[in-house]
Design a protein around this ligand. Structure first.
Ligand code: CP
Ligand code: NVA
Length: 315
């Protein structure tokens, strides 16, 4: 069976722990003889991984390009706007062309239905590099970063402030619950997480000993948190809504007052790109509790681990 990573609950708690352990190992052994090169074929030729973008990217583009190369492979980066996919070729037809030539497909796109259609048509692993609904690669990197700083994940409280309806909030709910964390989403009523995701995250948390909560009370979401996190108030594709979106989020800024409500040793995360003075204060993101640059680096290690794991299990 071909395994895909389309949303965070595609990995069971045990599988997520395996990927995170592998990510830590890859970080330790990077550039050594112990670093695995599973994308180098038996004849020494690199196998390709397609990395396709329907939306802009810096971190995802760089980390998958570098990561695939470090695994001995060839990153085939495609901007959809320069491909037939961008001119309306069906997702399934594009997938059938790609999967005969590449070892895996990584895709950043809009609707979750698009990447689900790709996975349904693909004989090679498909990895979600961000959709409107989820960003599972980012959450793996975030969990790796928290593990580095705190030594554990289960039982920690993660407070998220901002847009509760976006990809990051949804992925924190599912991925955090999978790790046994207590995930609190603080957002305006009109930007709540999807009911389906909240319910599913609650079911996972019941298994792992974690918990999930949505609250309109920003202070309650931040109070005592071990990890405090936010994301842009205007996600890719929402640029036209900029003026309408900013005002409701102002009470949810991750500023010094919010940080003061968290645990004294709270770690601050932000997937980046960040908008200083909007969702996060400059003093917070550039301050001593911020782990955002480790978080950005860990995209490389976590995604290499996810690729190896998916390829090994996809026979
Ligand atoms: N965090 C993240 O996915 O960044 P990019 O949009 O730059 O890839
Ligand atoms: N929510 C943001 C995340 C960017 C990495 C977006 O979708 O634009």
């Amino acid at each position: 069976m071909t395994r895909h990573l389309l949303r965070d609950d595609d990995l069971s708690p045990a599988e997520q722990a395996e990927v995170l352990a592998l990510a830590a190992e890859l970080k330790r052994t990077r550039h050594t003889d112990a670093a695995p090169v599973p994308l180098r074929a038996a004849n020494g030729v690199p196998r390709a991984v397609a990395v396709v973008f329907d939306k802009p990217s810096t971190r995802t583009r760089v980390s998958f390009s570098v990561g695939v190369a470090e695994l001995g492979g060839y990153p085939l980066v495609i901007d959809a706007g320069t491909s037939q996919l961008g001119r309306g070729e069906p997702v399934e037809d594009t997938t059938r062309v790609l999967d005969r030539q590449v070892a895996a497909i990584v895709w950043r796109t809009f609707g979750q239905d698009r990447i689900e259609a790709m996975a349904a048509a693909s004989r090679v692993p498909v990895v979600n590099a961000l959709t409107d609904d989820f960003h599972p690669c980012q959450i793996l990197a975030d969990l790796q970063t928290v593990t580095e700083r705190k030594g554990t994940l289960a039982g920690l409280t993660m407070g998220y402030l901002g847009d509760g309806a976006n990809n990051m909030a949804h992925s924190y709910l599912l991925g955090g619950a999978t790790a046994g964390m207590h995930v609190r989403i603080g957002s305006p009523e009109s930007f709540q997480p999807s009911a389906e995701v909240l319910k599913r995250a609650g079911e996972i948390a019941a298994e792992t000993g974690g918990s999930v909560l949505w609250t309109p009370d920003a202070a309650a979401a931040a109070y005592g948190a071990d990890v405090l996190v936010t994301d842009t108030w205007v996600s890719m594709g929402q640029e036209d809504e900029y003026d309408a979106r900013v005002a409701p989020f102002l009470p949810y800024a991750l500023d010094e007052a919010a940080l003061a409500r968290a645990a004294d040793d709270a770690v601050v995360l932000h997937c980046l790109p960040a908008y200083r003075g909007k969702e996060i204060a400059a003093d917070v993101i550039d301050g001593p509790q911020s782990a955002v640059w480790d978080e950005a680096e860990n995209r490389l290690h976590a995604q290499k681990a996810a690729l190896i794991w998916l390829l090994e299990r996809s026979g």
